[in-house]
Design a protein around this ligand. Structure first.
Ligand code: FAD
Ligand code: DLZ
Ligand code: SF4
Length: 509
């Protein structure tokens, strides 16, 4: 008999490994283990969501006729790692081989490739994860020979491959990308939908108690744990998004509003990443909304682009360049992560709101991650490794394959501009333009060098100034350097001095 290992982010019935196993003779194992739950200090909601979704999925598999051995956290045997569990069951059943679908994370796949087969003394068969639109080989072929990659060109390939928003060989509406129409500040009128809050069942309650007890020192709170933990709840979440949010998703995609968790964002990433939903299912639903005239093109295109474009693109980069990718630090950052990334306590209103969303919900929407907490880490020169570990820990959707390129590449520009052509550095002005944060902040977004001036304002110019050598040949940065060069010396000196002062006492801001 063969043994199939189903990982916590592989909760999909049509998984490649399940297709080659036979429920009549083979067995499946799933396991909650300390190594996976603590390789970073995952947010309590991330662990609860995953353990509960794993337990519900095991039940679905049994209902479908599979024999599943499910190892609950800290139960008999006290196994610490997936390997310990697998070894136990391969011995117990004298399994002839272990079968699995490729891991999402290099860390685990590499350990399997190097040690598992040898130590288990049986073959380990790994099948490609075909829940993604592109295979890793397809991406590598596309990237081959290109010095710099651009998401836009890869995305067009994926549009052609899937047929989403295509009319014969042309994009719907005549344009591939409607990003320019997706940058409105919230109009103060369009009401925010209330995302569904799912009722908790016995499995949820048991897991929540387990997490409270065993992971008390992990970040975040379980008080508002509303994530879907079953496939059917995740489908409800998808239906809700398509019906109530998608039509406004495009216009307000980059907007931020104090106290508003998600605006018109989908909140679907945790389900996509653990397998309760698939990319195809989600994009099919968006395409249907377009076909039936239920949402405008800038919204549907913007949404589909995030999934078949960005999501696939970052995964391709990850597998093409790991493990080297994780070690890059092109801007030579040395600073440690300020205290408030862990306790949320800062006078900067924008940062405080993003941290609150993060700790209360294990969620922040893209612009909060990119242009607030990420931008601040970029401007202040935080070590990529520390900020990457933070993003990997605090979000319910965080897995290395998607978090790392987004943080190290998109936010920190630590890959030398391989993933994105220009750093997403911005002063307080951008945050002011896209949100209502600044009107209620201790700091003033209008000034640069006063005692209460917005920290982003001087830190922005400090970043631009100190990285002149890194960016002087980047034509997309030309205007910025011309503005800096036109600045009067004494003004520039005062801005740099203000930023130096802030950098010397970051924890106090
Ligand atoms: P929506 O705005 O509704 O977008 C729809 C879907 O598109 C998302 O569910 C997601 O699957 C996909 N998507 C959107 N943007 C991206 C992107 N840049 N990369 C990959 N997929 C994308 N996303 C993760 O899934 N896991 C992560 O660990 C993660 N870490 C990030 C770290 C940083 C520093 C940044 C800037 C972004 C990160 N993202 C990550 C991307 C993005 O912020 C989240 O996917 C998104 O906020 C999830 O919320 P949502 O489902 O409401 O997204
Ligand atoms: C994220 C996570 C956590 C918190 N716990 C488990 C676990 O106990 N068992 C498991 O199989 N998977 C878990 N995961 C997801 C894994 O970390 C993920 O499957 C690997 O990183 C490979 O992508
Ligand atoms: Fe953030 Fe600066 Fe605005 Fe305060 S003034 S909310 S720190 S951008």
């Amino acid at each position: 008999m063969h043994l199939g290992l189903i990982l916590g982010d592989q909760l999909t019935h049509d998984l490649a490994s399940l297709r080659v196993l036979d429920p009549k003779v083979d067995r499946l194992i799933m396991a909650e283990v300390r190594d996976e739950a603590t390789y970073v200090k995952h947010h309590k909601q991330k662990i609860a969501l995953l353990f509960s979704a794993m337990r519900h999925f095991a039940q679905e598999l049994r209902d479908a006729g599979w024999q599943v051995d499910y190892y609950e956290y800290n139960s008999q045997g006290n196994f610490k790692s997936l390997f310990d569990v697998v070894k136990h069951y391969t011995n117990e059943y004298s399994a002839e081989r272990l079968v699995l679908t490729q891991c999402g994370e290099y860390r685990l796949q590499n350990a399997m490739d190097r040690e598992w087969s040898k130590s288990l003394n049986i073959p380990v068969d790994v099948y490609g994860d075909d829940r993604f639109i592109a295979t890793t080989k397809e991406f590598a072929d596309w990237a081959d020979g290109r010095k710099q990659l651009r998401m836009e060109y890869f995305y067009r390939e994926m549009r052609r491959k899937t047929g989403y928003l295509m009319k014969d060989d042309n994009p719907e509406g005549g344009q591939w990308n409607y990003d320019a129409d997706n940058r409105k500040k919230w109009d103060g009128k369009t009401p925010f939908p209330n995302p569904p809050m799912f009722e908790r069942d016995d499995i949820d309650r048991e897991v929540i108690e387990l997490v409270e007890k065993n992971f008390a020192d992990h970040p975040g709170s379980l008080d508002e744990f509303h994530w879907a933990t079953t496939r059917s709840q995740a489908s409800t979440a998808l239906g809700f998004f398509i019906q109530h949010c998608l039509s406004n998703f495009g216009d307000f995609q980059d907007a931020m509003v104090r106290g508003e968790k998600a605006l018109f964002h989908s909140l679907l990433s945790p389900y996509l990443n653990c397998g309760l939903l698939t990319a195809k299912q989600v994009c099919d639903a968006a395409q249907r909304a377009w076909d039936e005239d239920r949402a405008p093109l800038n919204a549907v295109e913007g949404f589909i682009r995030q999934i078949i474009g960005w999501r696939e693109y970052v995964r391709g980069i990850y597998w093409l360049h790991m493990p080297r990718y994780a070690k890059q630090n092109t801007l030579k950052n040395k600073r440690s992560l300020p205290r408030y990334y862990w306790d949320g306590d800062t006078k900067m209103a924008c940062m405080a709101d993003c941290f609150k969303n993060t700790f209360d919900h294990a969620y922040a929407h893209h612009i909060q991650r990119l242009m607030v907490t990420g931008n601040f880490a970029l401007l202040t020169g935080i070590k990529p490794e520390e900020i990457c570990d933070w993003y990997l820990a605090v979000y319910a959707d965080a897995y290395d394959w998607v978090e790392l390129p987004n943080t190290l590449g998109m936010v920190m520009h630590a890959d030398g501009g391989y993933l994105g052509s220009k750093p997403y550095a911005a002063s307080g002005n951008y945050i002011h333009k896209m949100s209502d944060y600044c009107s209620q902040c201790h700091y003033s977004v209008k000034t640069q060098v006063e005692e209460d001036s917005c920290p982003f304002n001087s830190l922005y110019w400090h970043f631009i100034d100190r990285h002149r050598e890194d960016f002087k040949n980047n034509h997309r940065m030309g205007m910025i350097y011309r503005t800096l060069d036109k600045m009067k010396d004494d003004k520039k000196d005062r801005i740099i001095a203000r930023a130096d002062d802030l950098l010397s006492r970051l924890d106090e801001l």
